[in-house]
Design a protein around this ligand. Structure first.
Ligand code: FAD
Length: 408
């Protein structure tokens, strides 16, 4: 029997393989990944690894021996290029094909390109993988003036590391505040001030029209209002696109992510999908999207979907209903988010100054909690949201109200 073949050997694909074996799965498991390294975690690439505080060894999800011990075949440096659904086989970039009983798409996401002239200069880069992080580490050693395009999580984490090195850093953002798509205005304002205190400059409401260069290298960035910012290194961090092409070309629904049902199954019973590449129905997306589906880019989601699918493939099916949670480290501050919030949610702030949480209410119910340096609130929020425990905005706002007791 050919067993399970996984396209993509990242956080989700690796977790699926490990959880399958943990649950007693005995058939072959093959992880096909186009990167050359052992499966590794990405979060440190824009944090400790970028800052030189940990080496590549520290990123690997398991040491090499793990794969042989658990009879998981890892095929690095190989790309899955097409699915033959009728023949149940996956075509690979080395010309071979792999038969499967069940195929799992865990292809993750790739960086959204910045469509302006000059974006292909060698000192204009993006960050997704280990190879990118190595290039950025080298660049940080040489650059003096850095421009970051995009005030999202990765752009801001990179900016914090660069600023801590004493480099001049300007973050250019089309919205009017940092992380505008992901967090409340309160959190955005806090991080704006925190970055400014680290020496980071911002240009908000700023579109980029071109990257200028000389002698084959970028020298600056031109904004829509005509301003030109000099730069000897530019990081583009404007979000990601799901790697949905394998599914789409095989005739599976894959608009803005590979479409799966609550069990992470595609309409083809022999194909499932997990992680950053999927769009799935979430019980936490209430009132957030027209059809109740979301695409989530987080370690939590990749791991929990890997576990959920492994359980189904081991004969214990359950709908995916794990609470979304996320973190971001920016300079001295830790942001933690539990639940899913939307731009229209009402905010209630608990705590003050440098350590506080923003409770986000939508349609009368608590939907998300964003905490800055308040790990206790975050853990309580995860319990409340996962259990669906009712909390009113008045209770959240009352510093005397015992949230911990409510969560017990
Ligand atoms: P990935 O880990 O991206 O794995 C997908 C793999 O599939 C990749 O190796 C890709 O190259 C490969 N692949 C794609 N197409 C093919 C193909 N056709 N054939 C073979 N292989 C293919 N999340 C958090 O929760 N907290 C954080 O602080 C955080 N920080 C991050 C920092 C950075 C710099 C980045 C890039 C991401 C961060 N994330 C963070 C997000 C998190 O890493 C992702 O959500 C997670 O890795 C998703 O797992 P995945 O397996 O779906 O995708």
């Amino acid at each position: 029997t050919p067993g399970i073949v996984v396209a993509g050997a990242g956080q989700a694909g690796f977790q699926l393989a490990a959880s399958l074996r943990e649950g007693g799965f005995r058939d072959p498991i093959t992880l096909v990944g186009d990167e050359t390294a052992l499966p590794y975690q990405r979060p440190p690439l824009s944090k400790a690894y970028l800052a030189g505080k940990t080496d590549a060894e520290g990123l690997f999800l398991r040491q090499p021996g793990f794969f042989a011990e658990h009879a998981i075949t890892h095929r690095p440096g190989i790309r899955a290029v097409a699915i033959d659904r009728a023949g149940r086989s996956l075509q690979l970039s080395d010309g071979q094909s792999l038969a499967y009983d069940h195929l799992v798409l865990a292809t993750g996401a790739r960086n959204r390109p910045l469509p302006v002239p000059g974006a292909d200069f060698p000192n204009v880069q993006q960050l997704r993988g280990l190879a990118d992080a190595d290039a950025l580490r080298a660049a940080l050693g040489e650059a003096k003036a850095i421009v970051v395009v995009g005030a999202g999580f990765i752009g801001l984490e990179f900016a914090a590391v660069a600023a801590a090195r004493g480099l001049s850093v300007t973050v250019v953002e089309s919205a009017d505040r940092p992380m505008a798509r992901a967090v409340s205005p309160e959190i955005g304002q806090f991080f704006r001030a925190a970055h400014e205190a680290m020496g980071v400059h911002f240009a908000f409401g700023a579109g980029v029209t071109a990257i200028t260069g000389r002698a084959g290298r970028a020298t600056g960035i031109v904004l829509a209002d005509g301003r030109e910012l000099p730069a000897d290194f530019i990081l583009i961090g404007i979000g990601v696109l799901p790697n949905r092409e394998l599914a789409a070309e095989a005739g599976l629904p894959a608009e803005d992510g590979v479409r799966v049902d609550a069990f992470l199954a595609t309409p083809d019973p022999a194909i499932s999908a997990i992680g950053d590449c999927v769009r799935f129905p979430s019980p936490f997306a209430h009132g957030l999207t027209p059809d109740g589906t979301v695409r989530i880019e987080s370690v939590q989601n990749a791991i929990d979907q890997g576990r959920c699918l492994a359980a189904r493939l081991n004969g214990k099916p359950a709908a995916y209903g794990a609470l979304p949670w996320f973190w971001s480290d920016q300079g001295p501050h830790k942001l933690q988010i539990a639940g899913l919030s939307g731009p229209g949610d009402a905010s209630v702030v608990r705590g003050s100054g440098a350590a506080f949480s923003v409770f986000r209410f939508r349609d009368g119910a608590l939907r998300a909690v964003e905490s800055v340096d308040r790990a206790g609130d975050h853990m309580i929020a995860r319990r409340l949201l996962a259990a669906g425990t009712p909390l009113t905005p008045e209770q959240a706002a009352d510093p005397g109200f015992d949230l911990k007791a409510l969560a017990m």
